[in-house]
Design a protein around this ligand. Structure first.
Ligand SMILES: *[C@@H]1O[C@H](CO)[C@@H](O)[C@H](O)[C@H]1NC(C)=O
Ligand SMILES: *[C@@H]1O[C@H](CO)[C@@H](O)[C@H](O)[C@H]1NC(C)=O
Ligand SMILES: *[C@@H]1O[C@H](CO)[C@@H](O)[C@H](O)[C@H]1NC(C)=O
Ligand SMILES: *[C@@H]1O[C@H](CO)[C@@H](O)[C@H](O)[C@H]1NC(C)=O
Ligand SMILES: *[C@@H]1O[C@H](CO)[C@@H](O)[C@H](O)[C@H]1NC(C)=O
Ligand SMILES: *[C@@H]1O[C@H](CO)[C@@H](O)[C@H](O)[C@H]1NC(C)=O
Ligand SMILES: [Fe+2]
Length: 604
């Protein structure tokens, strides 16, 4: 494993366009070449009677693809000869994609450093926006920084709508019967800001909450980096219907409570402090929410489904490159002295611990209760029994057409192989997978699979985990929006204030070397090279060899998926501001979920 990790790291660091693939990869490729005649046979469900060859193949896989210790944290990681081969091959895929991006990033980084005169020593907030002025192109292409994010960041509506777009997993509506008001805010201020009392906002289902206070007990990075542990209240405005921020509490030292009634500088700093915690949560929760959950479901499937099984073929497609990511994250981000220690307010060890906790306590690691709509419903963001509906919910708006198209595809696919629900229970490999997932694999909250619909939904949810659920948070989002300065630093560079009346917000922001350093990290996560290629979401199922082995109904479903996603790409790509300077009700133009740009799988 070490050699795998180091070859990945070295290739990334040396930006080698040709990945150093290990012997295991050559072996697997040879195995595949040798069996290429059988690997072109159609996929099929297991026969009702015995199939000795098929059973022997599965037995071999169980002996050679085993559950090893997690790499870093999370669920088991593939081990054994075959498990290691999978991991190595995936590593080579991720390594090649990362190396190609590192090459671009280096060119941009060199230019950005040469141009340092124009940043004016980063003395003012406006100076920070110059970091992107004609810089970091084409790293952040094809979109660049989203329109409005560098100009409208002081607006409260921008801050609140970020909770409903590029980190949609933190916010929840407070539910009057089961929740209580998390912290008090001066009544006179609440009345002035909202026209109501906190109590009436709460009881009418208009109060929302984001809780990052758990970060207070995590290990900190070294000074000069600092992190607060904020929580915040938001409300649906009785007059405008907008979701807006009401109060932010720092969670450390004097635990100050800030509101829009504070000075402009204090309130802006409060929102920036919140963003430090929110970015940390979004990124390290996504390890478990997306990667860990999808990986372990796939591991259980490899060990129980024959390579001739159509369901395994879809899972393999969706999990393209996925096992390569945990080793990379460990080496690049989490290791002592890695990117997190260098640029975040909490340490790399804290990030690992946080991801591990969100996985094992189920908040992100549970599969079924985090299904697309279930997750949004349980947080009161859609179909809420209390309070008004959200006026605009960009993540939901953009994710729904993608989810529906994936579910259409998996629905047709499953129905084309299983003629009835009874066929689900008579598929012994599928039943073995379910048992494995609930048993040795330890998948958390694996769904009940009794009907074709259950299975089609499970596959659609795996499709969600590896695509839009992930890309709303990660990859292109880092440089285009989620870590853009001055509003979204990954750490503060002065201790959290113990009193209000701050006048120099810029002095809390990263100095030039840290700012450029982290933009470079963010650029490495961008994947402009995948846009408009066979790696973009439009092509999620468009694997010619796989489709050749599928049936005609599945091939037709792929064509339908592609045209639905191409049409959706047009919509997102051509998005702009309306007459009020808003897009999807936000003062910035969010284009993360363009299926022509976002990838169809997890990548680094
Ligand atoms: C592939 O076939 C060649 C020639 O038949 C053989 O030498 C080699 O050992 C085979 N490789 C594997 C991995 O089975
Ligand atoms: C991750 O959490 C699990 C379950 O609580 C625990 O057993 C394991 O030791 C944790 N791993 C690390 C590296 O902390
Ligand atoms: C799970 O762990 C995360 C990280 O510590 C924490 O934020 C979250 O509140 C926990 N959730 C539950 C249900 O315990
Ligand atoms: C805030 O600063 C201003 C001038 O910078 C000063 O007049 C005022 O008294 C200060 N307020 C507090 C609460 O310290
Ligand atoms: C994408 O297309 C290229 C050729 O243009 C091909 O080499 C590559 O294997 C394809 N990638 C995938 C994942 O299908
Ligand atoms: C947001 O910024 C853009 C320019 O980047 C501007 O056209 C638009 O009007 C702004 N929206 C609001 C609500 O201020
Ligand atoms: Fe990721």
């Amino acid at each position: 494993m070490r050699s795998v990790i180091y070859s990945l790291l070295l290739a990334a660091v040396s930006a080698s366009p040709v990945p150093d693939i290990g012997d295991e990869v050559h072996l697997l490729q040879e195995r595949q070449d040798n069996s290429s005649s059988s690997s072109l046979l159609p996929y099929s469900l297991p026969p009702n009677g015995p199939d000795v060859l098929r059973a022997a193949d599965i037995t071999t896989k169980q002996l050679t693809f085993t559950y090893g210790p997690p790499v870093g944290v999370g669920p088991y990681y593939p081990a054994g000869v075959l498990g290691t081969t999978y991991a190595t091959m995936d590593g080579a895929i991720d390594d090649a994609e990362l190396a190609a991006q590192v090459t671009i990033m280096r060119t941009d980084d060199a230019k950005a450093r040469l141009d340092n005169a124009k940043y004016n020593g980063l003395k003012t907030l406006d100076d920070y926006t110059k970091l992107y002025d004609g810089e970091w192109q084409p790293s952040s292409q094809p979109t660049g920084q989203y329109d409005g994010i560098l100009t409208n960041y002081t607006q409260d509506l921008l801050f609140s709508m970020e909770r409903l777009s590029f980190n949609p997993y933190a916010v929840r509506r407070l539910n009057p019967p089961s929740d209580s008001i998390p912290f008090e805010v001066d009544n006179a201020i609440v009345a002035k800001v909202t026209g109501q009392t906190l109590e009436s906002l709460f009881t009418s289902g208009r109060l929302f909450y984001v809780d990052h206070t758990v970060q207070g007990r995590l290990q900190k990075a070294q000074p000069p980096q600092y992190a607060p542990a904020c929580d915040a209240l938001f409300y649906i405005c009785p007059s405008s219907g907008d979701l807006l921020p009401l109060a932010i509490r720092t969670g450390v030292s004097n635990n100050l409570v800030y509101t829009p009634e504070d000075t402009a500088d204090d309130w802006l700093l409060a929102k920036i402090m919140f963003n430090v915690n929110d970015f940390f949560m979004a990124q390290f929760d996504h390890f478990s929410r997306n990667h860990f959950v999808a990986e372990i479901v796939h591991e259980a499937a490899v060990r129980t489904l024959s390579d001739s099984h159509p369901v395994l073929a879809i899972l393999k497609r969706l999990l393209y490159g996925a096992f390569g990511i945990r080793p990379l994250a460990l080496v690049i981000l989490i290791r002592p002295g890695g990117d997190i220690d260098q640029y975040f307010g909490n340490s790399g060890a804290a990030a690992a611990q946080f991801a591990n906790e969100t996985y094992f306590n189920g908040s992100a690691g549970a599969l079924r209760s985090n299904y697309f709509l279930t997750n949004l419903e349980k947080r009161g963001l859609i179909n809420s029994p209390v309070g008004p509906a959200l006026k605009s919910f960009p993540f939901y708006e953009d994710a729904t057409p993608i989810y529906n198209a994936i579910r259409d595809f998996t629905g047709t696919f499953i129905s084309s192989y299983y003629s009835s629900d009874a066929a689900i229970s008579s598929d012994k490999e599928l039943q073995a997978w379910i048992k494995e997932a609930n048993g040795p694999a330890g998948v958390i909250d694996f769904p009940t699979i009794k009907t074709r619909s259950n299975l089609a939904t499970l596959l659609a949810e795996i499709g969600r985990l590896v695509s839009f659920s992930h890309h709303a948070i990660n990859l292109n989002q880092l440089i285009t929006v989620a870590s853009t300065l001055p509003f979204h630093p990954t750490a503060l560079y002065k201790p959290i204030p113990t009193a209000k009346n701050v006048t120099d917000v810029a002095s809390y922001l990263p100095p030039l070397d840290k700012a450029l350093g982290f933009i470079g990290v963010a650029a490495n996560f961008a994947r402009p090279l995948l846009a408009n290629t066979n790696r973009s979401l439009i092509n999620m199922f468009d694997d010619p060899i796989m489709l050749h082995r599928m049936n005609s109904a599945t091939r037709a479903a792929n064509e339908k998926f592609k045209s639905a996603m191409s049409a959706r790409s047009e919509v997102v790509r051509n998005r702009g501001f309306d007459a009020n300077g808003l897009s999807q009700g936000m003062p910035f133009v969010w284009q993360a979920l363009d299926p022509g740009v976002a990838a169809w799988s997890l990548t680094i």
